[in-house]
Design a protein around this ligand. Structure first.
Ligand code: HEM
Length: 507
């Protein structure tokens, strides 16, 4: 009995001690948080919703009913100016639209990608996702090594060689649209274009033909699920704790697993081909295999690292381009005058020709302007962020180091001070003789961490658009809405449903 009492009192004492430690840690955290608040409170910003969670409920509120978080950023930029503060727990983000600071931070290699977002994307709900791949790598040396290895697969010489694949795959879309036009059905352009860009990336990057306009495949849904999961995982700190989200979380983990196991299979097949001395293309897959250190005796981590880049290219190399093309079709559908002008250019440059050449792409200057203007209003990868550890002065305000700088190309693209009448779709803003936007237009980010696939994406988008404009007339379905859906990347919510008719085109 005495031993029992003794044990009880020890347990009680241990519990009390534990509560005491938790209490001390909590009080310490409160002081720390207060200190962080005081350090940045001279910077303008919306009032915090809550001492601990800062602005998170305003931001989550903005996302309710499919709302756009970047609309909230825009509203706050208009109210608080080119640099304002957002707090979430002890993290301080400064949303920056000041061109000089954008230049200073994004163009320099010394500011790493921000931990809060990019470290989180190492995995999704516990399943490894983008890991230390090109988009998420934070360590400069590790990133630089990967980027140098990948560069040859994006050189202009190599990209010229991809014109055949771009043409062939876009031609499959034209066949599909021919069927749709003949049967007078409506076309969901976002879905169709997604199939094309996924076909292109799997063919060009990994040497695999999916032919998604004919065959069904689990990949489009898996990509969409990962992107949605990514958005909740990064933006909602408590998403995982809510039991009602469990089924969705499982779906996200399965989608991640599918992409990684597919990667493992395709990489293995390629490694066997290399080992057997077969002639293999110098494509992205071959370069990915080179990024792993020891080709002879690969460790589990080397294998995982290759899969990080496999998933990175599978996702980064497809969805953003499909969304850009769809937004472009949507805006042309709304602007018959611009549509006529770009069709005329296509007729003048490629006429009835089926194979578009690399040189033709350079001649389609108005189409380039249309695609650039599309990304101004609809930057499909709308933002990036960097960790800034040193003090700096932004727009005349002294800012202590230790914050993350958030850059939204959606916000900059829609500010009146940068673009007159910003909501007007006007490709002439990008006329070769017009003044170049000064660090306020960056749909592919800027500086060393800018998009590796920019030229690839714009070549692909031009080939698809040029063929579409050459062969078909399209009209947006009645009742089409022009809303944007935020799934981490931006896409047209309606799917851009169109009726399609043949133009007087003869092969
Ligand atoms: C319209 C299409 C595209 C847009 C708007 C776009 C936009 C972007 C943006 C904004 C970033 C910076 C991301 C960040 O800082 O978090 C980025 C990075 C990247 N993108 Fe793209 N992208 C597009 C197409 C592509 C394609 C087709 C590929 C590959 C074939 C690609 C591969 C990459 C890679 C590898 C990175 C990471 C670069 C690095 O940090 O070294 N992107 N892209």
């Amino acid at each position: 009995m005495a031993i029992f009492h003794l044990l009880l009192s020890w347990t009680a004492q241990a519990m009390m001690f534990l509560f005491f430690l938790i209490f001390i840690a909590f009080v310490g955290y409160c002081f720390y948080l207060k200190h962080i608040h005081m350090k940045y409170d001279h910077i303008p910003g919306p009032p915090r919703d809550n001492f601990f969670l800062g602005h998170s409920s305003s931001l989550l509120g903005a996302m309710k009913n499919d709302g756009l978080i970047h609309d909230k950023f825009l509203e706050w930029t208009e109210k608080y100016g080119p640099v304002y503060r957002i707090n979430i727990l002890h993290y301080v983000s400064l949303c920056i639209s000041c061109p000089e600071a954008t230049k200073e931070i994004l163009m320099s290699p010394k500011y790493p990608k921000d931990k809060f977002v990019y470290k989180k994307l190492f995995n999704l709900f516990g399943q490894r996702f983008l890991g230390n791949g090109l988009v998420t790598a934070q360590d400069h040396k590790q990133w630089y090594k990967q980027r140098r290895i990948m560069d040859p697969a994006f050189s202009s010489l190599y990209l010229r060689g991809l014109m055949g694949t771009f043409n062939e795959t876009a031609e499959k879309l034209m066949e599909k649209l021919t069927d749709i036009a003949d049967s007078k059905r409506e076309a969901n352009m976002l879905h169709l274009v997604n199939c094309v860009t996924l076909d292109v990336i799997t063919k060009v990057a990994f040497g695999v033909d999916l032919d998604l306009l004919k065959n069904s495949s689990p990949f489009p849904r898996a990509i969409e699920t990962c992107l949605k999961g990514m958005m909740y995982y990064v933006r909602d700190l408590f998403f995982e704790l809510k039991p009602k989200n469990k089924p969705f979380i499982n779906e996200v983990k399965e989608a991640c697993h599918l992409l990684r196991t597919t990667g493992a299979r395709w990489i293995n097949e390629r490694k066997i081909a290399i080992k057997n001395g077969n002639d293999v293309p110098k494509d992205i897959l071959t370069q990915i295999i080179k990024t792993a250190d020891k080709e002879e005796s690969m460790t589990k981590e080397d294998e995982e690292f290759m899969l990080d880049n496999f998933v990175t290219f599978f996702i980064a190399g497809q969805e953003t381009t499909a969304n850009q093309i769809s937004f472009c079709i949507m805006e042309l559908g709304r602007h018959p005058d611009i549509l006529e002008k770009v069709k005329k250019e296509v007729d003048d440059v490629i006429g009835m020709k089926q194979d578009i050449s690399y040189d033709n792409l350079g001649e389609l200057t108005y189409l380039s302007q249309v695609l650039k203007e599309t990304l101004r209003l609809y930057p499909t990868a709308p933002g990036t962020s960097r960790e800034v550890s040193e003090d700096m002065v932004i727009d005349g305000i002294h800012v202590p180091g230790g914050f993350s700088g958030v850059f939204s190309s959606f916000v900059s693209g829609r500010l009146e001070k940068f673009f007159k009448d910003p909501l007007k779709f006007d490709p002439d803003r990008f006329h070769p003789d017009a003044a170049k936007p000064y660090y306020c237009y960056y749909p592919f980010a800027l500086g060393p961490r800018s998009c590796l696939g920019q030229n690839f994406a714009q070549m692909e988008a031009k080939v698809v658009m040029a063929k579409l404009l050459q062969r078909f007339d399209f009209t947006l379905a009645p009742g089409e809405n022009f809303d944007i859906l935020d799934t981490g990347t931006l896409r047209p919510k309606s799917g851009v449903v169109c009726t399609i008719r043949h133009r007087n085109y003869k092969k």
